[in-house]
Design a protein around this ligand. Structure first.
Ligand code: SF4
Length: 175
């Protein structure tokens, strides 16, 4: 036992090297989202995140957008604390029965024009929680959804691509 403890003090932890995202592709994509947001909204894009009942996996990936590596605020994308300041609602998880009313209220509190992005497989149709007595279903069962970003969970790059696709679609409809 003592030998084991002694060894564990000096042995390196068994961890795998993290995959390295493509720096250039990330910057290019985030800059494109920022440009599209400014073209459409004339300012930064404000996002309110709503957890309607997720396992928190999608939230961890959304939080990564704000970390020192992705740092999306430098491109004009910022997460806000109130739906009243938001352009986009990013909703995760299946909608639980307990969160249904809160999601509806958040949607109605968001000023127009507003867009709803359902993030993750659960947000589409309940995902692995589909059929549970505790959920209503996907986000579209409760509020209108403009875009769905698939994945369990989707990674930050996929979310940026989704936001860009949304802004391009909004531009196409407006012009
Ligand atoms: S899509 Fe996956 S990570 Fe996201 S809430 Fe559902 S189970 Fe969790």
């Amino acid at each position: 036992m003592r030998k084991l403890l002694f060894e564990s003090l000096f042995r390196r932890p068994f961890t795998e090297t993290a995959p390295s995202p493509d720096d250039a592709a990330l910057s290019e994509l985030a800059a494109a989202v920022g440009r599209a947001a400014r073209r459409r909204l004339g300012r930064s894009l404000s996002i309110r995140e709503v957890d309607a009942g997720s396992c928190n996996g999608c939230e961890l990936e959304i939080h990564a957008l704000n970390n020192a590596y992705y740092d999306v605020e430098r491109f004009g994308l910022r997460f806000v604390a109130s739906p009243r300041h938001a352009d986009v609602l990013m909703v995760t998880g299946p909608v639980t029965k307990n969160m249904r009313e809160a999601l509806e209220r958040t949607y109605h509190a968001t000023p127009n024009p507003k867009w709803v992005v359902a993030v993750g497989d659960c947000a589409r149709d309940g995902g692995c929680f589909a059929g549970s007595y505790a959920i209503v279903g996907g986000v579209a069962e409760v509020i209108p959804v403009d875009l769905h970003i698939p994945g369990c969970p989707p990674n930050p790059m996929t979310m940026l691509q989704g936001l860009l696709a949304l802004l391009e679609r909004v531009d196409a409809v407006a012009s």
